[in-house]
Design a protein around this ligand. Structure first.
Ligand code: GAL
Length: 139
């Protein structure tokens, strides 16, 4: 199972906004990814990559044609065949990731100019129900 969603937002990301992905991992899921990318070049500002085989969430950035240092979380609330919601909220300093409204990690911005982050990609083993980009004034 491989589903792919991509959207570009030419204005780029703004602090105070969230990307909310609702979906379900198929029972045979190996991994899925949410990538926040700079579509003018090949940078991935935030690669959010739950790996079912390792029960780990791998986060990283792809800058200057290579992956940086991984940041991992073994807080792994995903179950194969179970629906979930991932919210990635960004402020000036960090991405904050919530799964089903529980905060599970934060990731300090490595691509500091958020305006250059103009593409959202969701891919691999995920049945996507919706992808929403919304302003969250209350965090
Ligand atoms: C690599 C993998 C990439 C990406 C990266 C993150 O091993 O091939 O797809 O997940 O790790 O550090």
């Amino acid at each position: 199972m491989c589903m792919r969603f991509e959207a570009t937002c030419p204005e780029g990301l703004c602090p105070g906004w969230s990307i909310i992905v609702k979906g379900e991992a198929p029972s045979t899921a190996n991994k899925f990814e949410i990538n926040l990318m700079c579509d003018r070049d090949d940078r991935i500002a935030f690669h959010f990559n739950p790996r079912f085989s390792e029960s780990d969430i791998v986060c990283n950035s792809y800058v200057s044609n290579r992956w940086g240092q991984e940041e991992r979380s073994n807080n792994f609330p995903f179950g194969a065949g179970e629906p979930f919601q991932v919210e990635i909220y960004s402020d000036n300093e960090n991405f904050h990731v919530f799964i089903d409204d529980s905060k599970i990690l934060k990731y300090k911005h490595r691509v500091e100019d958020l305006k250059t982050v103009t593409k959202v990609q969701v891919t691999h083993d995920i049945n996507i129900s919706s992808v929403e980009i919304t302003k969250k004034p209350y965090y």
